[in-house]
Design a protein around this ligand. Structure first.
Ligand SMILES: Nc1ncnc2c1ncn2[C@@H]1O[C@H](COP(=O)(O)OP(=O)(O)O)[C@@H](O)[C@H]1O
Ligand SMILES: [Mg+2]
Length: 495
């Protein structure tokens, strides 16, 4: 900034109220003074919100507060406007005794509030972001649940809307780094924009852009948890426009039904007359008590870092063990990811309770996360027709494109040319698709779930036991396992 005639320095200082005489003499004098100055204090600048550095020793809140260090200063050319809503009202005790207290007995709220505490744990533990999508009919309390989770970090306006262009969303995502990105009303944006947004959220980066001097600045990075809501799933939203639902899956939003509990999204109304009255109480409570618990959680984490890390690890392990005992987790892929994600939710909630922030019974957060996992497992089996359709369509398109060139006849004729880049074998009306090719076909999706969808649709013959792939016919060397698909799938069309 001192380079050239120093206009950039002066502009900044004038902006902050410096009174400077006109004329070059005073400019030179100012420049001289500043350059000779030898300050004894040092400060570090952070150019992003959330964890300020790789060591995760200081945390910058949207309103400029810095937790964990007094020599870190937040500086950014364009702070997202959304960040200012990460502020506080009332005291922690007020939040705990009103908002958190009303969560008791309501697994969905306990789990989403716990999710809100998970944001700052991601980076110190080297975990990727991800989140939950609350799906359900209108006026069942989905946005209210989101507002409750948002109150961990900021004002009700820290609940953002999907209705934003992907560019606006980028700023919002940066504002919520390491905390909670809550996005309401998925229905209000187009499938195309949902796809672009999902892609951006999944990647964890914004577009690279140039700073004033033309040099490319590292694109914004963020690691945060997402809490979304809408009447349909993100994958269905993206598919509305014929987009690739794989992007929706990549963002790793766990679909959770939020309208089928005893009272819409709620179970226990704490004496309120009905779900609507309870929602109103929550709205009032979150309007006056917010933004205290999240920052205090971060401060407590920094103070007792080692113990907290042990608590988190232990809680995740215990969650996994209990989940394995209670549910059938043999299906890998998505189930493993869902279990890992909810294990972190359980751990974050338990840690918050240990820190005295929630007032919940010990293990309340874990039980809530287990309940959400159970609901997800129940609701998931074959219940997503769009996903099943896509799995069939991917295989159909692949066989139409490569059925001749990349499949070797099981019975070789004399004039058969060798097959390059072999995807499998063909025997009359049956394709044997190799495991590598199968993964290639279902890239971005879950290959074993895809196999199950094809089996349900009558196109795939599974192997023995839990194995979806079958040993190839005897005439094939080494008899590798392959997915056995009937050629009639090619006529299945895409209606
Ligand atoms: N569980 C419920 N049962 C009945 N009415 C509800 C319930 N939850 C919310 N409402 C009503 O719907 C309104 C909107 O609540 P909101 O949380 O925004 O619902 P959603 O996001 O599911 O559409 C509330 O002001 C309340 O009147
Ligand atoms: Mg809503």
């Amino acid at each position: 900034m001192f380079a050239g005639d120093g206009a950039e320095v002066r502009a900044g200082l004038l902006d902050m109220g410096l009174n400077l005489a006109s004329g070059t003499a005073s400019r030179h004098a100012l420049s001289d003074l500043l350059q000779r100055w030898q300050p004894s204090d040092r400060a570090f600048t952070a150019d992003r919100l959330g964890w300020a550095d790789e060591a995760c020793a200081a945390f910058v809140c949207g309103d400029g507060r810095v937790i964990g260090a007094d020599d870190v200063v937040y500086q950014h050319e364009n702070t997202p406007a959304a960040a200012a809503e990460m502020k506080m009202a009332g005291r922690l005790e007020g939040w705990r005794d009103t908002v958190a207290a009303l969560c008791a007995g309501n697994p969905l709220m306990v789990a989403t509030v716990s999710l809100a505490f998970a944001g700052p744990l991601l980076e110190p533990h080297g975990l990727d972001g991800g989140g939950v999508h609350l799906r359900g009919a209108s006026s069942r309390g989905k946005s209210t649940v989101q507002r409750v989770a948002v109150s961990v970090w900021g004002s009700p306006r820290f609940l953002h809307s999907w209705r934003a262009t992907a560019n606006g969303l980028e700023g919002v995502a940066a504002a919520c780094n390491a905390s909670l990105l809550a996005l309401d009303e998925l229905g209000e944006i187009s499938g195309r924009e949902a796809g672009a947004a999902a892609y951006m959220l999944a990647n964890g980066t914004g577009k690279a852009r140039a700073n004033r001097s033309g040099a490319a600045r590292a694109s914004m990075r963020w690691r945060k948890v997402v809490l979304s809501s809408g009447e349909i799933t993100l994958a269905d939203k993206i598919a509305e426009m014929g987009g690739k639902a794989a992007a929706g899956q990549a963002v790793r939003l766990l679909d959770v039904a939020a309208d089928g509990r005893a009272h819409g999204a709620f179970d226990e109304l704490h004496g309120a007359l009905d779900g609507a009255a309870f929602a109103d109480r929550l709205r009032e409570a979150t309007a006056t008590n917010y933004g205290t618990a999240g920052p205090i959680f971060v401060a407590a984490f920094l103070e007792q870092r080692e113990a907290a890390t042990m608590t988190v690890r232990g809680a995740i392990e215990l969650f996994r063990a209990m989940a394995a005992e209670r549910f059938d987790l043999s299906d890998e892929g998505q189930t493993a990811r869902a279990t890992a994600r909810l294990g972190l939710v359980a751990a974050a909630g338990e840690l918050a309770t240990t820190f005295g922030l929630t007032g919940w019974a010990p293990s309340a957060a874990r039980d809530a996360a287990l309940e959400v996992l159970g609901g997800w497992l129940d609701g998931r089996g074959g219940s997503d027709p769009a996903e099943a359709r896509e799995a069939v369509e991917r295989v159909r398109a692949f066989l139409v494109a490569h059925g001749d060139a990349r499949f070797e006849p099981v019975m070789k004729g004399n004039d058969d040319r060798p097959v390059s880049n072999r995807a499998g074998w063909r025997d009359g009306d049956t394709f044997f698709i190799g495991a590598d090719a199968w993964r290639e076909i279902h890239k971005g999706a879950d290959p074993s779930r895809a196999a199950r969808h094809l089996q349900d649709a009558g196109f795939l013959t599974p192997g023995e036991g839990n194995n979806m792939a079958k040993k190839a016919p005897r005439s094939i060397k080494d008899r590798p396992r392959a997915y056995v698909v009937a050629a009639k799938i090619m006529g299945a069309g895409n209606e």
